[in-house]
Design a binder for this molecule. Structure first.
Ligand SMILES: CC(C)(COP(=O)(O)OP(=O)(O)OC[C@H]1O[C@@H](n2cnc3c(N)ncnc32)[C@H](O)[C@@H]1OP(=O)(O)O)[C@@H](O)C(=O)NCCC(=O)NCCS
Length: 170
């Protein structure tokens, strides 16, 4: 069973390795180590029974209504066991607790997000994201990422409240 918990400073090297593994495969954007130390409080991690970090994801606030799910990934050997969904659900539960109205993500895996209840939309719907990150990105003119969003709060039937650390099968 993997456990979802808030990231700690000691998790940063593992987060860095996972994100940059997928960045090398061009399925995620790279993040420098300094950036991850600065933003570690935004992160959740999945931890397996041996204490290894097997996944991560972050919730970045933009304003009182809007946040982005960033850097969501699961280590190659741990995929397809519900870890990604558990991370997304826990980030969404956190977003709901903060009273956010919308959560979005830019992703090359939109179908995963559709399974989590997201819908596709235009990137221009989130101009703060475009100004803050996209215009600085080397892939701006060749970007294949899809923009997905979810409005909150979700109907009770969809929301799986995870105020406490979650556990998923590993
Ligand atoms: C996308 C990712 C986070 C999913 O994590 P995971 O732990 O493998 O996914 P889960 O086991 O929780 O899968 C949940 C559901 O999504 C589906 N799914 C998982 N990855 C998928 C993908 N890449 N495309 C389409 N569907 C996917 C699963 O089949 C499952 O469907 P089900 O509920 O019908 O069985 C993981 O594959 C990953 O790290 N990919 C590389 C990085 C990446 O693309 N991150 C996306 C955000 S930038």
């Amino acid at each position: 069973m993997a456990k979802i918990r808030k990231a700690e400073l000691r998790d940063v090297p593992a987060i860095f390795e996972m994100i940059n593994h997928y960045a090398a495969e061009r399925v995620m954007l790279p993040r420098p180590l300094t950036d991850l130390y600065e933003c570690v409080r935004e992160f959740l991690v999945a931890e397996d029974e041996e204490g290894q970090v097997t996944g991560c994801g972050a919730l970045k606030f933009y304003n009182v209504e809007l946040a982005e799910i960033r850097s969501l990934c699961v280590a190659p050997g741990s995929q397809n066991h519900g870890c990604g969904r558990a991370l997304a659900e826990t980030l969404l539960a956190e977003a709901e607790r903060y009273g956010l109205k919308t959560v979005f993500a830019l992703t090359l895996a939109p179908d995963f997000f559709f399974k989590c209840g997201f819908r596709e939309t235009a990137r221009e719907r989130f101009p703060m994201k475009v100004w803050r990150d996209c215009l600085r990105c080397e892939r701006y003119f060749h970007c294949h990422e899809k923009t997905v969003y979810l409005n909150l709060p979700r109907p009770a039937s969809l929301a799986k409240t995870q105020a406490e650390p979650a556990e998923v099968s590993a």
